[in-house]
Design a protein around this ligand. Structure first.
Ligand code: HEC
Length: 152
């Protein structure tokens, strides 16, 4: 029984990862990110921050120093992908961002960020920032103040 339970937990974790992978923006370097960067932690670690090219290059090197397995071309592709999607000033993709990114980059509270994600999961993609106002418990003023930092 115990074994069955841990197997179930494993499948749940794998399913969550697949969902995270699906929600990562498409583009060059994504394959390398998926191969190299999800072995020890989820996508939130890198989605919730904004760094410039130098900082992302350092961060990728730091992960390799911690044990991430990547060739130099993979490291370059990963850094380029991260700069493009999570560089300084990169907008938050409201139809794919995890709770942590919405919280950290836009300054939403945890319950607000959670409501944004849950409403999206139940009702499908948002069309624009006004759509977010339908998610329960959202501070309309905060959404409007941050609308230029969002993408749909
Ligand atoms: C060998 C395991 C491992 C792999 C593979 C790995 N990381 Fe990490 N990463 C860690 C650990 C450990 C931490 C610190 C604890 C935490 O936040 O989970 C961390 C934290 C982070 C952080 C937050 C802290 C910081 O330095 O800004 C970012 C960003 C990050 N990782 C990005 C990446 C990227 C990008 C990749 C792919 C190149 C990657 N990680 C692959 C182990 C790993």
């Amino acid at each position: 029984m115990k074994r069955l339970l841990s197997l179930a937990a494993l499948f749940t974790a794998a399913a969550a990862d697949q969902q995270e992978v699906k929600l990562l923006p498409e583009g060059p370097g994504k394959d390398a990110v998926v191969k190299v960067c999800l072995e020890c932690h989820g996508v939130a670690n890198f989605r919730k921050v904004r760094k410039d090219a130098g900082e992302w290059t350092d961060s990728v090197q730091d992960m390799v120093d911690r044990g991430a397995k990547a060739t130099q071309p993979e490291m370059d592709a990963i850094a380029a992908y991260l700069v493009k999607n999570f560089g300084k000033g990169a907008r938050v993709q409201m139809n794919s961002a995890p709770l942590e990114e919405i919280k950290a980059v836009l300054g939403f509270t945890v319950p607000e960020a959670q409501a944004v994600v849950e409403y999206r999961e139940q009702n499908g993609p948002y069309k624009d920032w006004r759509g977010l106002l339908k998610a329960p418990g959202i501070d309309a003023a905060r959404v409007e103040a941050k609308k230029d930092a969002m993408a749909f």
